[in-house]
Design a protein. Structure first.
Length: 257
């Protein structure tokens, strides 16, 4: 159902059973998947491709041009998967030509009110951005990460899977997977044990990750030596520990500690 006051370009691709509320604007070239609901006063800009059964609440801005000085009006994309929830006044920006041309959002994510996703970000699946959480450009967030309200993440940072960022945290370095980070300049405060229990991680995995955390971040060793020590330990055979080590070794900005 499309409300009579909504403005929908004839060249937009609207799926079956899509609902578009009063005064919403859907531009040409937009794709909206089946059974998605677009609330009142939502603006969906050209270059947005949205999956099925998403919910976009009133006054959200989806696929707006990137807030980048280098952007000169190039055709870029916002690619969003299925079952995403975008709450009031959320802003999701398209990519830039110099940053790969697309912002990519996976499936089942929740963007609470006033949260912001800047250009060229890559967000996995079942990620939560709490109210007014802010992502700068080129950020990577892996699956199941939670970003607390009023947090801000510097451009090019990475947030690992199942990481938990507490409210009002400032992230300037990569946050490793499975960890809890907090502070005006984020520090690690151990394992995200509550989150791991909710996702039914085995006792062996949690125990191994705790040991890896102590060696890498609390032993006083250099990062290189600590990673080497974990690799030589039997815990390195667990896939969660392997992912933690790989994430650390691939860091370009450095690791929050």
């Amino acid at each position: 159902m499309i409300h009579p006051t909504a403005i929908v370009d004839p060249k937009a691709d609207i799926g079956d059973e899509v609902e578009i509320g009063p005064y919403a604007i859907i531009e040409r070239g937009v794709t909206i998947g089946p059974r998605t609901r677009i609330g009142p006063h939502v603006v969906v800009r050209e270059g947005t491709q949205m999956g099925k059964q998403c919910q976009i609440f009133q006054f959200a801005s989806v696929g707006e041009a990137p807030q980048a000085i280098a952007y000169k009006g190039e055709k870029t994309l916002l690619l969003m998967g299925d079952h995403n929830i975008v709450r009031e006044f959320v802003t999701l920006n398209r990519g830039t030509a110099t940053g790969g041309g697309k912002t990519v959002i996976g499936h089942g994510n929740l963007f609470m009110a006033y949260s912001h996703v800047a250009h060229d970000c890559q967000i996995g699946n079942q990620v939560i951005l709490a109210n007014a959480a802010t992502l700068a450009g080129h950020i990577l967030i892996e699956d199941y990460a939670i970003i607390g309200g009023l947090s801000a993440i510097h451009q090019f940072c990475r947030i690992g899977t199942h990481a938990f960022i507490s409210g009002m945290t400032g992230i300037t370095l990569d946050v490793p997977p499975y960890m809890l980070a907090s502070g005006s300049r984020a520090r690690l405060f151990g394992l995200n044990t509550v989150g791991l229990k909710r996702f039914h991680f085995s006792e062996a995995s949690v125990k191994a990750l705790k040991k890896a955390y102590r060696i890498i971040f609390r032993s006083g060793l250099t990062l290189e030596r600590a990673v080497k020590q974990v690799k030589e330990d039997g815990i390195s055979q667990l896939p969660e520990v392997q992912h933690l080590l790989q994430f650390i070794q691939q860091s370009k900005r450095g690791i929050s500690r």
